[in-house]
Design a protein around this ligand. Structure first.
Ligand SMILES: [Zn+2]
Length: 144
């Protein structure tokens, strides 16, 4: 069985420190328009044990839609997380952690929304917009 371990990450300026527990760390890339605007390319998040994260420092959040928020450092602007409001889950930015916590890329969301000038290599799972929405549809139904 995989064991849970604690990881620690920091934003660019070091004002925000985040700790979390990971069991089987993987990363996921999202090419949706909001993630692209927020990060310049794609948002790569690290799967951590739910609700295990803790922040110190000026971590703020911006409500980017009815159901989601995006965390950032108030001082340097580093992307900290993508969070869903209905369950309070925060998907942490992989870039906060050294070597992305040694996690492997397993999943891409909204691949048909990725600009044609670049792509991610590897044989991970790739979900189109329709497939991504279908995956999260049950949760969207609970946001009213
Ligand atoms: Zn910062």
């Amino acid at each position: 069985m995989a064991e849970s371990r604690q990881i620690t990450g920091q934003c660019l300026c070091g004002a925000v420190t985040v700790t979390a527990q990971v069991t089987n760390p993987i990363v996921r890339a999202c090419h949706c328009e909001m993630c692209r605007q927020h990060t310049s390319s794609m948002f790569i998040s690290l799967a951590t044990d739910p609700h295990s994260e803790a922040f110190t420092g000026p971590a703020k959040s911006f409500q980017s839609s009815e159901w989601a928020e995006r965390g950032f450092c108030e001082k340097c602007g580093s992307t900290l997380w993508y969070g869903t409001k209905h369950d309070g889950v925060k998907n942490l930015s992989a870039g906060l952690f050294e070597n992305a916590a040694n996690a492997q890329l397993k999943l891409e969301f909204f691949v048909d929304n990725c600009p044609q000038g670049y792509s991610l290599a590897g044989d991970h799972k790739r979900l189109t917009t329709d497939q991504t929405i279908a995956l999260f549809a049950p949760q969207e139904g609970t946001t009213e």
